[in-house]
Design a protein around this ligand. Structure first.
Ligand SMILES: C[S@@+](CC[C@H](N)C(=O)[O-])C[C@H]1O[C@@H](n2cnc3c(N)ncnc32)[C@H](O)[C@@H]1O
Length: 273
């Protein structure tokens, strides 16, 4: 069977379970053949041998069982970085790239600003800030020892420096004073867990998804560790932005702003101590 034909068959099969079937099929085939996606298009008529077909079939079968492509590939792009990803931590999302964008805007012009990332997971936010703001002194915390292990592996392979601490945000926030505290906290209500796609619900760590009161706890605790004039930048769930903005105002934060994600949903809330 030729490459183009195999790709169409796989995309058709994955279409039953994935909204991004064609993209998934291409990413998995490129991975199986050790090529880039673009190279697939220059090789459309090439026949695949039985070993290549068997390897590809195994990957497509995993995806058909809802395993996220990022976990199958073992790496995922986030801003300028390629991060290792696996089931130890949440897969970084495109909306979180906007969170980083907002942090960089708040840090602009500061020499060696201090930054705390609360619930770092793969280290995505912390590492992107370290990468894109020269001199940033980044500390990242997480409750999950396995997520911290993965974040450390990412920092090492990217040769980016950050301090990693195992810490539960419910005990307040460590260190400081910081110029900026950022978090993409778990914000799914426990009662909504069953409404999530199986790709998310059955594969990503529940500690990264479900959290009651984490956003409020971070906003309260950040008051104690932010420098006067320092910024709190929070990712929130769809529909949670105005309520979060109100809570920040009640806690004494000023200059509240909401930023939309690329699909027009209100997903980032900021306030100034
Ligand atoms: C939504 S994930 C965000 C991961 C990463 N920052 C990102 O944006 O891709 C939330 C993270 O918070 C961590 N977490 C959950 N509860 C926590 C707590 N009580 N204290 C510290 N970290 C916590 C989880 O382990 C998870 O890594």
């Amino acid at each position: 069977m030729r490459l183009g034909e195999v790709l169409s068959l796989a995309a058709g099969h994955l279409g039953k379970t994935s909204e991004t079937a064609r993209l998934d099929a291409e990413l998995l085939l490129a991975y199986a053949l050790g090529r880039t996606r673009i190279e697939l298009y220059t090789d459309f008529d090439r026949p695949l041998d039985e070993f290549e077909l068997a390897a590809y079939r195994a990957l497509v079968a995993r995806r058909a069982r809802h395993e996220p492509v990022a976990y199958i590939l073992g790496e995922w792009g986030f801003r300028r970085l390629t991060l290792y990803v696996d089931r130890r931590a949440l897969i970084p999302r495109p909306e979180t790239e906007i969170v980083v964008e907002r942090c960089l805007a708040r840090l602009r012009g500061l020499v060696e600003p201090t930054v705390l990332d609360v619930g770092t997971g793969t280290g995505a936010i912390a590492l992107a800030i370290a990468d894109e703001h020269a001199g940033a002194q980044v500390t990242a915390i997480d409750l999950s020892t396995s997520a911290l292990e993965l974040a450390r592996e990412n920092a090492e392979h990217l040769s980016l420096a950050m301090e990693l601490l195992e810490h539960d945000l419910r005990n307040g926030l460590p260190g400081g004073p910081y110029d900026l505290v950022v978090s993409n906290p778990p914000y799914v209500e426990p009662s909504d867990l069953d409404t999530l796609l199986p790709d998310v619900r059955d594969y990503e760590p529940h500690v990264a998804l479900v959290g009651v009161g984490a956003t409020e706890a971070i906003a309260r605790a950040a008051c104690d560790v932010l420098r006067p004039g320092g910024w709190l930048v929070l990712e929130v769930g769809d529909g949670q932005a105005s309520q979060t903005l109100g809570r920040l105002a009640a806690l004494g934060y000023g200059d509240g702003t909401i930023t939309l994600d690329l699909t027009g949903r209100e997903r980032v809330v900021e306030g100034r101590r």
